[in-house]
Design a protein around this ligand. Structure first.
Ligand SMILES: C[S@@+](CC[C@H](N)C(=O)[O-])C[C@H]1O[C@@H](n2cnc3c(N)ncnc32)[C@H](O)[C@@H]1O
Length: 426
């Protein structure tokens, strides 16, 4: 099957059906055999998501009337074609003919001429990508730009720019297998350049690698996890023998890290999403770790837990994921402004409920991969104001006077993330 046709299908699923690219892309990648083709397909889809407004403008300027209804997929195909002309080294004649062929494969024979014509015009005119308003200049929806301008008056442009960079690949050394230094030495022996990150198990690769070439990967020597996400277990500071709840555990990256740090802790890993929960068990199995994996609601613990209160709780709450746009550029188009308030309300309920299940003297780490204050510092300030037995522990990494620790995308090469470390009076 033609790679451009598959790319158009995946982009259609995201933009017209609201499906996440991390689901839509693998569905199309399955249809390709070679790793190189799969990588090109990913590049085309990610690229369209990153530069959607500018690509859209180029195409709309060349179409005499918009493609609507069933023909919408041909519009998505044109986005894929246009991305190739501006952002790849694929020779323009090959990009155009492959894209026209894709149109045929998508069974829109009657529009092949239109696809050819539009892409040829774009190539001939050499019009630079438009920047006449902020949405076009930053390839970001207006409501996100506004929210970032208000939250980060000095840094919003940097935040947006970083959200369009290609993210680095981070590893988490499994300290139960070997020390980080030993793993760095094993990587160096294979000529894989890497350096230690700013949390105890983190390793930053100089360039992304296929996990299959990483020493001992399939035996659990290391895992792929962003540097920011690796702070969760370290801030939680789990101890052997403790009863610990990972309230939103799937796919299980942080659960596994907690157990690598405290293998004799009794970990309860819960998630609302049964399908995602299977990934938790797979990750535990690969790393030979044991937890109680439960399908349940973190805002209704009584319905699935008969035991006592927890010594420590990690609440890695569902959030807007605006801190990880560099990894998931489709978030810009899937997330809507009203989602922020709805998510903040859900997070507030989960926080209040989990707090009741924390032992006096216990620790709760609240985490999101969001950069919206409503989900982070505002959320925690409101929680502290209504919760008499909660105090916020200072985090040395945070800015002076900050409520919690807001990591912005790209800071120390990490994803955007938020942490608050809360202590319950004993
Ligand atoms: C940010 S992700 C968690 C990532 C995970 N901690 C990790 O490191 O791999 C948020 C998770 O919350 C789950 N979730 C959403 N609502 C929930 C609820 N009411 N109870 C439990 N889990 C929920 C989602 O299914 C999703 O897997």
């Amino acid at each position: 099957m033609n790679i451009r046709a598959l790319a158009a299908k995946a982009v259609f699923d995201v933009l017209e059906r609201g499906i996440s690219l991390s689901v839509a892309l693998p569905e199309q990648q399955h249809k390709l055999a070679s790793g190189k083709d799969k990588a090109l397909l990913a590049e085309l889809c990610y690229g369209v998501m990153r530069f959607l407004p500018q690509l859209d403008k180029q195409i709309s300027d060349c179409l005499s009337k918009p493609l609507k209804g069933k023909q919408r997929i041909v519009h998505q195909l044109l986005l894929v074609g246009c991305y190739q002309l501006f952002f790849t080294r694929i020779p323009p004649h090959a990009a155009i003919s492959e894209t026209a062929e894709a149109c045929r494969q998508l069974k829109f024979e009657g529009l092949v001429k239109v696809v050819n014509g539009v892409l040829r015009t774009i190539q001939r005119n050499q019009q630079p990508l438009a920047e006449d308003n902020e949405v076009l200049r930053y390839n970001t929806p207006a409501w996100i730009i506004k929210a970032l301008q208000s939250a980060y008056p000095q840094q919003w442009q940097e935040v947006i720019q970083q959200s369009h960079e290609r993210p680095p690949m981070w590893l988490r050394n499994n300290r139960l297998s070997q020390s980080r230094d030993a793993y760095l030495a094993q990587l160096a022996a294979l000529d894989i350049s890497a350096s230690a990150g700013n949390s105890p198990d983190a390793i930053l690769l100089d360039s992304p690698k296929d996990v299959a070439i990483l020493p001992g990967f399939f035996d659990g020597a290391a895992s792929v996890q962003d540097g920011a996400a690796q702070w969760a277990a370290t801030l939680l500071a789990p101890q052997n023998g403790e009863l610990i709840l990972d309230a939103c555990a799937a796919p299980g990256g942080k659960s596994c890290h907690i157990l690598e740090q405290a293998p004799n802790a009794q970990l309860v890993a819960v998630d609302f999403d049964a399908k995602r929960l299977t990934r938790v068990q797979e990750n535990l199995d690969r790393l030979k770790l044991t937890a109680q994996v439960i399908h349940g609601d973190a805002a209704n613990i009584d319905t699935w837990w008969q035991g006592g209160q927890f010594d420590r709780i990690l609440l890695d709450a569902p959030c807007s994921a605006t801190g990880v746009i560099r990894r998931h550029p489709d978030i810009k188009w899937l997330r809507k402004q009203k989602d922020i308030q709805e998510l903040a309300e859900l997070q507030c309920q989960m926080l209040d409920h989990c707090w009741q299940w924390l032992k006096p003297g216990g620790t709760l780490v609240y985490a999101t991969c969001s950069i919206m204050p409503a989900e982070n510092s505002d959320q925690i300030r409101a929680f502290l104001a209504r919760t008499a037995d909660a105090t916020l522990e200072p985090l040395p990494q945070a800015k002076e006077g900050e409520t919690g620790w807001q990591i912005l995308p790209g800071q120390h090469q990490m994803d955007g993330f938020y942490y608050a470390l809360l202590h319950k009076a004993g």
